[in-house]
Structure formats: C-alpha cells, structure tokens
Design a protein around this ligand. Sequence first.
Ligand SMILES: [Fe+2]
Ligand SMILES: [Fe+2]
Length: 351
Amino acid sequence: MARQATPTYRAERIDTTSKWYDLFQKGVELGTWNVEKLFDEVGFEQDRETWAELDDDERKQIRFLLSGFLDGEFAVGEDASHHLQRIMDADCFDDNEEMAMYMTMFTLTEHKHTQFVDTYMHEVMGDQDMYAELNPNRGGARVPVVQATGLNEIFDRQGMLTARAAHSEDPVDIARALTVYHMTVEGLLARAGFYAINKLSVNADLPLLNHGFKFISTDEGRHITHGVEALTQLIEKEEAGKPEFQGVQQGILDELYETVPAVADFGYMFTDAVDDPLEIGYDDLILRVGNLIDGLYNETLGLDIAYRDVVGRVQDRYLECLEMDLDAEIEQYQEVYQKKRGVAADGGVGR
Ligand SMILES: [Fe+2]
Ligand SMILES: [Fe+2]
C-alpha cells in the first residue's frame, strides 16, 4: 500500500505512516470548505439571474441533473454514517483504526454536499413541482425522476449491501458494498455528473453551481482514492491465499456488472430525456464513463474486465430508457407524492 513519505509526527496507537492517516489529515486541511461561506462569498445573484433567463426545457435539464445529486448525496451520507463507519472498523483491514478516523472526515463532507445541493436547489431554483423537498428520512420520498428512471435502484442496492457488510464484516460482503458505493456511485455516476455540470456551464453562466461542484469533485476524489485503496487491500489478501478473502475479485466484478447500467439511467435522465437543450451530449458522456471504467478497474485495481461487455450493458439499458415514456412514469408517482406532500404540509396530523 502507498505510504506517506515523511510523516511529521508519530503516535503510540495511531500509525501516522498509514495512507488513511494521510487521507484523514488531508480531509482536516482541505475538506474544510464552508458551504455557507461559499454562499456568502460567491452569492446567489448571478445564478438566479441566469436561472430566470433559461428556457423551461433548460431548467428541467438542470433540475433533473441536480435531483440525481440531491438523492444521491443524501443516500451516501446516510450509508456513510450508518454503515461505512462500521465497515472501516472491521479487523480484516490492517489500518482499521486510521480508516475509522478518516471516515469521520468522509461523512462530514458527504453531509456538506447535501447541504450545498439542497440549499442551492431551494435558493436558486425553487421547488417547482420536483417534490425535492420531501425528505426520505422524514416519511417523504425520492425525487420522482429518480424513481421513474430506475436510478433509485442503485441507491437501494448501496443501502442494502453496506448494511449487510457492516453487520457481517465479511471481506467479500465488504468488497461488494465498496464496489457499489465507491466505484459505481462515486467513481462513475458522480463523475458523470461533474462532467455534465462542466459541459452545461458553457451555455449557462452559473458561477455558484460551478464553485460548489469544484469543491464537491475534489472531495469525491479523496473518497474514490480511499475506496480504491480499501479494495486493493482486499484483493491483495485474496491473492495471498487467505481463505476468508476468497471471492473478493468475483464479488467486485459481479457488482460492476450488476450496477453499471445505472450510468444509463442517470445519463439519460439529464440528456436525451429532456432533448439536451444545454448540449451535454449523451455519447460524449458515455465515452468519458468508458474511460473511467477502464481506468478504475483495469489500470487501478489490476482486474481484467471484459470492457465491451460492460459498456454493452450500459448501452442495453440506454435503449430501454429510450423506449420509456418518462413523463408518464413520473406522473405515476404524482398522486403518491401529492399525498406525502399533503401529509408533510400539515405535519402529519391531517391523515
Ligand atoms: Fe458526495
Ligand atoms: Fe463521496
């Protein structure tokens, strides 16, 4: 495992030469951007002005993209605090003490991402029948478009696998959970979203959105590094022949194949589903994701994945998305969401 070159201090119980100690310290130094300070410094004015000038279809495109982030950041924040914290403390990891330390930084940043996206949507975009204000933690629901495309399934699977791994502390369960969380959700979906925000910025001047997402993307870079390092350690132990680690690589590959179609759900919902007025370009996005898959799995983790099979799965799912009547699917949720909003509005006493 990569080690820090020259740690400044040594400790008794904590290994200050650990990669995770280094990530923890980096989180302390670099992960401290303050969301409210960013709002004060950059301000909402230009973003609100641009928002007011955008066409309805352009607004819908940005709403759909940020809806994926809103539900996604909520889901990762929740699973980090409930399950990842326990997973990193598992004794199958050599550096479990330092990993658990790093997780506190990790979880903090996920909640800041939620804070940024949620406040931005409210302050700049208004709720506009997106039902984005319905918090799943308070009896609400995910945003309708997230349910309608099927993107919700990836967050459901992430919740299920991280819960199982936290409970069993089994290395193969852990490998599966980390693959969904760090490789698919952070490594592919979130990075596809960052790409889209960069791309649409050419046609929509949204400085606050860009500033916020630069910080979010830097944080996510550390999260992915952590995930890759943790998976690398599990793979090394499997290759060293340790019995309880057998099945780690197969678990990683199974989860890659199982979850990679979510890239099509997400990519489709903020590009071709809304006719892509801000010119993000689904094909360019998929090309970018293809490179990320190759980089993460083949180069970084040293696995030999059947690249064309993987990309083929994304393409199959995309063709299914094209057949879907997304507006009709979203409408199916409207009645349920109206009821939930009615309940939420009167605090649940009017049922
Ligand atoms: Fe995040
Ligand atoms: Fe993250």
